[in-house]
Design a protein around this ligand. Structure first.
Ligand SMILES: NC(=O)C1=CN([C@@H]2O[C@H](COP(=O)(O)OP(=O)(O)OC[C@H]3O[C@@H](n4cnc5c(N)ncnc54)[C@H](O)[C@@H]3O)[C@@H](O)[C@H]2O)C=CC1
Ligand SMILES: [Mg+2]
Ligand SMILES: [Mg+2]
Ligand SMILES: [Mg+2]
Ligand SMILES: [Zn+2]
Length: 451
């Protein structure tokens, strides 16, 4: 009598254990395992162990807990299948790999990273229309002569927004419909007279014209430029705000704007010496600010405070260990339905790989193994350098950091392709083609125009 009650208690425990494994309830599995280790390899009425049930349903975390407690992977069910066979049959490749017990899992996961593209992508903001001619920046006579030349191009910004005109004929969905207004010296003469105006030398056109090298400069005005614009082409206006306006330029114009906007933004925010707070003077064609106080520490040796800044940001497409899904997140400010890659600023004293692992863990709770650099993008808002990576997750449970991310989800390759081609079955919308996030997704799917 006594022993049959004990038996039924034990069976009940086994049933709860198998049920929790089958449902992916990691917590219950952990608790029950610690209570009774002999549950680990026991088969239920159907002849299946907890590991087989976890494998059947792709519950990676449960399988991991069972394995770490010494569960036997060679136990078979009535059909002679091991848990690995079950996972293989149901297509849970990450569980298969886990059960295969690769001693170097990180190396194994590397195979899921796509191979490098044959060609460097022609990413928005990256095009180098001009030759920067940095060797000319210190030649103030040459720069002054170029500024006075009637051929020279001046790009005008107001509070960091470029002067553009609209090309209504191109205003189709996704096509660039803004072009930069290229002013000549007379149009900016008054602004140049103002000693507060910073003029940045952008470079020269790569092709020589009749009069030699055609130089480009950029300047920003804080003043209300309405009067100034009256004398100009009345169709010109300053882009209202950075986003999404800055994404509506041609690729050539976008590259120049990336350079000009970042340097002008630096001048607008770093007018005074960051070391001692004194006034500074602009040098090197707008690529340097030097403190005017004799004896300032920034005048000895090389100081990054004197040069335009670049803020590295890692942006990564996290691949699921099954190789068939990727992790995307939504910030509250995104347009409805849009999901994109996770991203974050690199912190001081941190390698890119570490930054990728830290940001993904912070924002989604997912642990990342191997990381692979893919390509980069200038992102002049105001001076980010986006460092695009692919990486593979070691864990798959998501716990979002709600202060930054509204939602994060795994999406299948098919769902990404549906979103790419804007299929009616698409369950989310892609980041715009101008963002490197778009490229990271597209490259992962292997999608190209011929498919
Ligand atoms: N081109 C693209 O596809 C994408 C570009 N981005 C850009 O990357 C940037 C960084 O991504 P987040 O997810 O916002 O970074 P994040 O995940 O590190 O969080 C941003 C927060 O980090 C702090 N922070 C640390 N260092 C900073 C610095 N140098 N400048 C400003 N804030 C700093 C601030 O509190 C900020 O609110 C964005 O601001 C955005 O401009 C982001 C996603 C896609
Ligand atoms: Mg972030
Ligand atoms: Mg973050
Ligand atoms: Mg951060
Ligand atoms: Zn100083």
């Amino acid at each position: 009598m006594m022993s049959s009650i004990q038996m039924s208690g034990r069976d009940e425990l086994l049933e709860r254990f198998l049920d929790a494994s089958s449902r992916g309830d990691v917590e219950t599995v952990s608790v029950l395992t610690s209570q009774s280790r002999e549950l680990l390899n026991r088969r239920g009425d159907q002849g299946w162990t907890a590991l087989m049930l976890a494998a059947r349903n792709g519950h990676y975390e449960v399988a991991k807990v069972l394995l770490s407690n010494g569960c036997d992977t060679s136990v078979t069910n009535r059909s002679g299948q091991t848990a690995a066979d079950v996972a293989q049959f149901w297509g849970h490749r990450h569980v298969v790999r886990l059960l295969a017990g690769g001693c170097d899992r990180t190396r194994d996961l590397r195979h899921l990273l796509p191979s490098r593209a044959a060609e460097e992508p022609d990413t928005y903001f990256n095009r180098e229309l001009l030759d920067r001619k940095s060797d000319r920046r210190s030649d103030s006579e040459w720069l002054a002569a170029k500024q006075a030349s009637p051929e020279t191009v001046f790009l005008l910004f107001h509070q960091l927004n470029p002067l553009v005109s609209s090309r209504a004929e191109d205003a189709e969905d996704g096509r660039p419909d803004m072009r930069l207004c290229k002013l000549r010296a007379p149009a900016v003469q008054e602004l140049l007279k103002n000693s507060d105006t910073v003029v940045v030398f952008l470079g020269v056109e790569k092709q020589e014209t009749g009069d030699g090298l055609l130089a480009w400069f950029a300047l920003d005005t804080e003043e209300d430029p309405t009067e100034l614009l009256k004398a100009e082409d009345p169709s010109c206006f300053f882009l209202p705000g950075a986003m999404p306006g800055l994404l509506r330029l041609s690729d050539d114009d976008a590259g120049v704007v990336a350079q000009a906007r970042s340097v002008l933004a630096w001048h607008s925010r770093y007018r005074f010496c960051p070391t001692c707070g004194s006034s500074t003077k602009v040098e090197d064609g707008g690529y340097k600010r030097t403190c005017l106080r004799a004896g300032c520490r920034s005048l000895q040796g090389v100081h990054n405070t004197c040069y335009p800044r670049v803020d590295p940001v890692v942006i990564m497409l996290v691949l699921h260990p099954d190789g068939n899904q990727c992790l995307l997140g939504r910030k509250k400010i995104f347009p409805p339905g849009m999901f994109s890659c996770l991203a974050g600023f690199v912190e001081p004293g941190e390698a890119l790989e570490a930054a990728v692992r830290r940001e993904v863990l912070e924002e989604s709770g997912v642990q990342v193994g191997p990381v692979q650099y893919v390509s980069s993008q200038a992102w002049p808002m105001p001076s980010c350098l986006m460092i695009g990576c692919h990486c593979v997750a070691l864990t798959t449970d998501i716990k979002v950091d709600e202060s930054e991310i509204e939602e994060a989800r795994w999406f299948t390759r098919q769902q990404v392709i549906d979103a790419l081609v804007k299929d009616k079955r698409a369950v989310f919308s892609m980041p715009p083609r101008q963002a490197i996030a778009h490229y990271l997704l597209k490259h992962w799917t292997g999608f190209n125009a011929n498919l």
